[in-house]
Design a protein around this ligand. Structure first.
Ligand SMILES: [Zn+2]
Length: 271
């Protein structure tokens, strides 16, 4: 006996399968005949980009031919401390109250400041050469104040084990003695004269945009840009460092931080 219900169900399923095959075939055909006047498919566009974009020449070919052992290229950071006995030859920066800078590099700094002034900016030199002992004094003061804020009490609190917590915290705000480039005499903190607080977001961005565009002409780099914080461990966008025109031009053009540049010449340097 024929089961009409079953036959009807099989016919329906068969028709559904035929319909599905027809739809899929039409899709495949459409994809293979993609018209030329239509916008390119994303995968096609990618293929074309890969074919037409020339492979950039290796950046290594353009690295300046320098002697990284010269004092102007000295690397100083919290992993590479300067000796307490390191004292550079410094002279007073004109127009400042006893701010000192490396004597040989001083004319370049003064020319940079003059350029800013010629372009309508007031310039305030907030920091320049700092001796090891002065940096130590600053750092110790910061540790002590943080320890007090943490509630650490006692006669000689710096001898207590918990004081190390304050020391670790202080390193986030003030460089430990020997770790500051200011001891080299080649670093300077530059501000627009109008600045009121050490908050970069509220500082005159036109001042820093212009300064960043010209600093390499005088041999200076922006040493601790915020975008490189993970590599340098430090965020100080007003701090500029003299390294000479050749290195500075390469660093600023390629948006490098000094650690990245230095590592190219000193392969076993880790940062
Ligand atoms: Zn600084």
């Amino acid at each position: 006996m024929l089961n009409w219900k079953k036959i009807g169900w099989l016919v329906c399923m068969g028709m559904l399968c035929l319909a599905l095959v027809a739809v899929v075939s039409a899709r495949v055909a459409a994809a293979n005949n993609y018209p030329d006047n239509m916008p390119p498919r994303p995968d096609k566009e990618e293929e074309e980009i890969n074919q037409t974009t020339p492979t950039p020449s290796p950046i290594q070919d353009e690295w300046p031919d320098i002697d990284i052992t010269l004092p102007q290229y000295a690397m100083v950071n919290s992993n590479k401390l300067l000796a307490s006995s390191y004292v550079p030859d410094v002279s007073k920066i004109e127009g400042t109250y006893n701010m000192m800078f490396d004597t040989a590099a001083l004319p370049h700094l003064e020319a940079l400041i003059q350029d800013l002034r010629d372009n309508g900016f007031g310039v305030y030199v907030g920091g320049a050469y700092r001796s090891y002992s002065y940096q130590k004094q600053r750092f110790d003061g910061k540790c002590y104040n943080i320890a007090l804020e943490m509630g650490i009490e006692g006669k000689e609190i710096w001898l207590l084990p918990e004081y190390q917590l304050a020391v670790a915290e202080a390193k986030k705000y003030t460089m430990e003695p020997g770790a500051s480039e200011h001891q080299l005499g080649l670093a300077v903190d530059l501000y627009d004269k109008q600045y009121v607080a050490q908050n970069y977001d509220h500082m005159n961005q036109r001042f820093y945009e212009y300064l960043d565009s010209i600093c390499a002409n005088y041999g200076f780099i922006k040493r601790y840009p915020t975008r490189k914080l993970l590599l340098t461990g430090w965020d100080e966008p007003w701090h500029y460092r003299y390294v000479g025109v050749e290195a500075a031009t390469f660093i600023m053009n390629n948006k490098l931080c000094y650690e990245e540049f230095y590592a190219h010449y000193v392969p076993d340097f880790e940062y």
